[in-house]
Design a protein around this ligand. Structure first.
Ligand code: AOF
Ligand code: ZN
Length: 361
């Protein structure tokens, strides 16, 4: 029964996708075992950063008293006062008799403190039900809180022979409308969409979220020499960030003030071997509250993230086309088959006429 209700709580937690960062996605189901047959009487989820937590939503959504009932929560209830008072207090004063959690909250303000607070008040706690699924749902939150960097998905669209553009730069379109629609919804699931300056100058993408609900991710460009045209589509509206080098910062002070006037945040980082290190970019994005980052290209940026161990997940669309001698999706060197980058949890799914290949680094 525990797994059944936890699965239900997970499905509610997912409704917060793309809406709650820097917070985790959390779902709660309250079940009544005091009946001939156990029954879920209420549900809640964390739906907005700064908004109510899953547990208080579930208590509020219950029409009557939840005294003596069991609360299933995908994450250990909080014991601190943040935007809202502690959920543990709410559960205790509502008379919840038992709390079943999916995982410990890695946030140092909680981290076991929630469980201790509930137990001290005489509430029975069962921990770690469907832990793997619960942790998987919040792997970006866990990564940011424990490692100080967000979860990174590398997204690319390539031909069967691995090209993301023709030699002349043309790349519209490699995949069909269904795959492109899916790529748009992936943007909405992430907190930041990151591209290199080459992609901006060649493709002039808007990086917006079309045909999808939810809030728009931050649009970020890695532009070491600050070459971005002020009229670039990516600079039109939304939250925009440009990562540049300290060298460009000195040489192009005027452009930086133009960008600032347009509301673009320019973040200066030190280069290493001529590149802005991906780890530094991720550190900045974590400070901005990002749990999930989608790296969309080009080949240079994708390769530097993979080669520096800053890639967590791959989402590669493959079109049934051959593009010959074009621009390859990656360009790092591998010296032996043993050191080829291996993808774990590999899955393949048809999307329209194309395939989406996904897995973890
Ligand atoms: C819960 N239930 O639904 C969520 C929790 O700033 P606040 O008040 O929103 O607090 C954010 C922290 O609270 C977050 O880092 C995490 O530890 C916890 N999130 N906890 O019991 C929830 N969203
Ligand atoms: Zn809470």
């Amino acid at each position: 029964m525990h797994e059944y209700y936890m699965r239900m709580a997970l499905s509610f937690a997912r409704r917060g996708t793309g809406l709650v960062s820097p917070n985790p996605r959390v779902g709660c189901v309250i079940a009544d075992y005091g009946l001939p047959e156990a029954r879920a009487v209420s549900r809640g989820f964390h739906g907005r950063y700064g908004g109510p937590h899953a547990e208080t939503e579930a208590i509020r959504n219950a029409r009557g008293s939840v005294r003596g009932m069991t609360a299933y929560v995908t994450l250990e209830p909080c014991c601190h006062t943040g935007h809202t008072p502690p959920c543990c207090d709410a559960l205790i004063s509502a008379g919840i008799a038992r709390v079943v959690t999916g995982m410990t909250d890695p946030d140092p303000r909680v981290s076991g403190g929630g469980t201790a607070m509930l137990e001290a008040a005489g509430v029975k706690v069962v921990s770690g039900v469907l832990r793997e699924e619960c942790e998987r749902l919040n792997r970006g939150f866990i990564k940011r809180v424990t490692e100080g960097r967000p979860w990174v998905t590398i997204k690319a669209a390539a031909s069967m022979d691995g090209d993301i553009a023709l030699e002349n730069g043309e790349s519209r379109w490699i995949t069909g409308p269904e795959a492109r629609g899916k790529a748009h919804s992936m943007r909405a699931e992430n907190d930041v969409v990151l591209v290199g300056i080459g992609t901006v100058t060649r493709d002039d993408p808007e990086l917006s979220v079309r045909d999808s609900e939810g809030r728009s991710p931050i649009k970020a460009v890695v532009d070491k020499d600050l070459e971005i045209p002020l009229g670039a589509a990516v600079l039109r509206g939304g939250e925009r960030v440009v990562f540049t080098s300290s060298g460009a910062c000195f040489a192009r002070g005027e452009k930086i003030s133009e960008l600032s006037k347009m509301g673009v945040r320019v973040i200066t980082l030190r280069t290493r071997e001529g590149h802005i290190p991906p780890g530094e970019i991720l550190g900045e994005l974590a400070v901005m509250g990002a749990n999930y980052v989608l790296v969309e290209g080009g080949a240079g940026l994708i390769s530097s993230f993979i080669a520096s161990g800053c890639a967590d997940e791959a989402a590669f669309f493959t079109a049934p086309k051959l593009m010959g001698n074009g621009v390859r999706v990656t360009k790092f060197q591998i010296s032996s088959m043993d050191s080829a980058v291996k993808i774990k949890n590999f899955r393949v799914k048809a999307v329209g006429a194309d395939f989406l290949m996904r897995g973890d680094f």
